[in-house]
Design a protein around this ligand. Structure first.
Ligand SMILES: Cc1ncc(COP(=O)(O)O)c(C=O)c1O
Length: 396
């Protein structure tokens, strides 16, 4: 029997009651989510870039079951040598540039950013933190301090001092990075306002400016990671390596885990012989989450899958043409439909929803609709999703 929406909202605290899409799922498998009434939806959000390996991926589920038969939580802070932590660290290191040597496990994307910023502060002892205008790195007080828009900050003042923003793709703003700057929290692809790709070697220039000033370059690949853009991480396509890479979301294949991976000279500063001088987190590196994470990593690191992601994304960008669509931009299966001015985005979401498509808008640009299905989507499912979206737009 379906749960009444009012009851749900009475018992479970919410952050938004505006969303026109309400689903009570009973199952999610591959790209499909089935609701309590038996209606099937194609998922264009992947739980916000979590379900890259497909919902309920059998290898991930099996890995979880196997680890559950061994042990769940045992201990934190490194006293116990836990095999799932070691296995994941070794595997991801094989797949990353050699500079990124050490991994620190946390529980979420926000915590990965927090931990990375703390490591940067311990490393160069500076104060200033820069991030892109209209970027989102999480909801902790540290991450909220990095938001550029007053309306998202004002309720939580006072926030961290010495935070400021630079515009993505703006070379002039790189001069804000100076010898007082502790770190820049950047993205390879700016995701706040849609899907914005770097232009004119912007990321190489950002890397160079950080090198010139001794600033730690922290890269948030929390949405763009794990094959989403057609390479394991998006930065691989833009000719630079960050000092610290932050990951989460798809990492756990549906279980909560995050991490930051950095150069040894920075990461070693966390090791101060008292956990509270570095970063302490009870569930960071949970063995069940890491068993799931290793299984999902092995799925999405597959070369054929990554190649297919590029081709699948091309189909969306080629075939999503409509009088209400200004453009579709993206890379791999990380795409956004920019609606023409005046098109009611809420109606678009509602009509998509009625047609069995789950999608949403971008945090700082509601006129921009997400196309980010699980990477395992088949060509037939892509065609089906495109036809449902175009039909939804016809009804506007
Ligand atoms: C780019 C980016 N960074 C960080 C975060 C924060 O991750 P979490 O919600 O796991 O704390 C998000 C979440 O949406 C995100 O999209």
């Amino acid at each position: 029997m379906a749960i009444q929406l009012n009851d749900f909202r009475k018992y479970v605290a919410q952050i938004s009651e505006l969303d026109p899409i309400i689903i009570e799922p009973v199952e999610a498998e591959g790209v499909w989510v089935t609701d309590v009434n038996g209606k099937k939806y194609i998922d264009m959000l992947s739980g916000i870039c979590v379900g890259n390996a497909g919902h309920k991926n059998p290898k991930v589920v099996q890995a979880i079951k196997d680890q559950c038969d061994k042990y769940l939580h045992v201990m934190v802070y490194g006293e116990f040598i836990q095999k799932p932590q070691m296995d994941y660290a070794v595997r991801i290191k094989e797949l990353l540039p050699q500079e990124l040597t050490q991994i620190f496990y946390v529980n979420s994307g926000s915590e990965a950013i927090e931990g990375a910023v703390k490591a940067a502060k311990l490393y160069n002892k500076r104060n200033k933190i820069l991030s892109y205008t209209n970027s989102y790195h999480g909801s902790t007080i540290g991450c909220v301090s990095m938001l550029s828009d007053t309306k998202f900050r004002e309720n939580f003042l006072p926030l961290l001092p010495f935070t400021d923003n630079i515009r993505f793709n703006c070379e002039e703003d790189l001069m804000k990075i100076d010898t007082d700057t502790c770190c820049v929290v950047a993205e390879s692809i700016a995701v706040g306002e849609g899907v914005q790709l770097p232009q004119d070697d912007y990321l190489k220039k950002l890397r160079k400016r950080c090198d010139e000033t001794g600033t730690v370059l922290i890269l948030d690949e929390i949405q763009t990671g794990f094959g989403r853009t057609g390479t394991l991480f998006a930065f691989e396509q833009f000719g630079f390596v960050p000092d610290i890479l932050c990951i989460a979301k798809a990492m756990g294949g549906g279980l909560p885990i995050g991490a930051f991976i950095g150069k040894e000279e920075i990461m070693s500063k966390l090791n101060n012989h008292h956990p509270l001088i570095g970063h302490a987190t009870t569930y960071g590196g949970n063995p069940v989450c890491l068993a799931a994470a290793l299984a999902q990593l092995n799925c999405v690191a597959d070369k054929d899958l990554l190649l297919a992601v590029k081709q699948k994304g091309d189909i969306y960008r080629r075939e999503l043409k409509h009088k209400h669509i200004k453009q579709v931009t993206g890379i791999g299966l990380f795409n956004a439909i920019y609606l023409n001015d005046g098109v009611d985005w809420q109606q678009v979401l509602i009509k998509c929803f009625e047609n069995g498509i789950i999608t949403g808008t971008h945090l700082f640009n509601a006129n921009c609709i997400s196309i980010k299905p699980p990477l395992t989507i088949t060509e037939d499912e892509i065609k089906e999703s495109i036809s449902r979206i175009l039909n939804a737009l016809d009804k506007i």
